[in-house]
Design a protein around this ligand. Sequence first.
Ligand SMILES: NC(=O)c1ccc[n+]([C@@H]2O[C@H](COP(=O)([O-])OP(=O)(O)OC[C@H]3O[C@@H](n4cnc5c(N)ncnc54)[C@H](O)[C@@H]3O)[C@@H](O)[C@H]2O)c1
Length: 289
Amino acid sequence: MARLAGRKILITGGASGIGRATAVLCAREGASVAVLDRSAEAANTVAAGIGGKAFMVDVADPASVNAAVEQAAAAMGGLDGVVNAAGIFSSEGLTDTTPELFNRILTVNVTGTFLVIQAAERFLRAADSATIVNIGSGVGLKPTGPGSTAYVASKGGVIAMTRVLAMELAPKIRVNVVCPGMVDTAMTESFIRNNQGEIRPEIARLYALGRAASAEELANAILFLTSAESSFVTGIALPVDGGRTYHCRTRPPRDFRGQDPCAVLLILGRAARTDGSRHPARGARHARL
Ligand SMILES: NC(=O)c1ccc[n+]([C@@H]2O[C@H](COP(=O)([O-])OP(=O)(O)OC[C@H]3O[C@@H](n4cnc5c(N)ncnc54)[C@H](O)[C@@H]3O)[C@@H](O)[C@H]2O)c1
């Protein structure tokens, strides 16, 4: 029996990476899936491939979220589950994080998650055994070194918000957060591989399992928390991080320029952002997820 037979699942960020893998898996498990993303074209492609429906949304914009959630619920005849996988990344540390950048990362990652849940709440309350799965990050549980100030703050916020909403929405709606380590997606593509196209060894060694995750491995954890198999699980932050949480030493501040295998990287001479904005020339030299 399919694990999500007859369920109606809305997935933000469903056009790429973890969200896309989750959309494909949920559809394979029998769910109707609404793929919401700021990229309408990519969302359409994913939805077409799984027999789902696509909706353009900017999760940072309350009007856009309300319209897209309403349309998705109307198209599917309700909502049983929400997966908040839309998110953006920046590697800048304190010095290089402008107030605008900080606000942008917090607005998409934290406010966006909040807005989608708020818009979906009445539909989820009308469902049986409804679920919300947010995507945090291992660094939101335990930063492993300096840098990515706004991103780490945003993921800590998503984790804390998940815990309070698990209490606020119980017993009707279960709310959990998955906390990935490094995952091989568009978000990490600018720094995860070396010139040979292999996962950088300095990244792989951060993980007890010696590698980065695939998006499909994250989707499996999200499926568990979306399905009835996790029916007595709410309020948890589930690391899906190849053992990094225990494998990694916590580093003292500012000790990241040496040989630290845990201050994740990337002294690559370039930094990363995934919101499409230009990175300042003297950007941070390290990035963590
Ligand atoms: N890739 C990793 O290593 C990693 C690690 C930890 C946590 N995460 C988190 O997992 C989630 C998914 O990341 P991913 O790796 O699949 O990234 P991704 O870049 O492949 O996918 C993110 C998706 O979110 C969409 N998106 C971004 N901003 C949006 C907005 N304002 N409105 C609507 N859609 C928007 C993008 O268009 C994209 O389709 C993110 O929250 C990310 O922070 C990723």
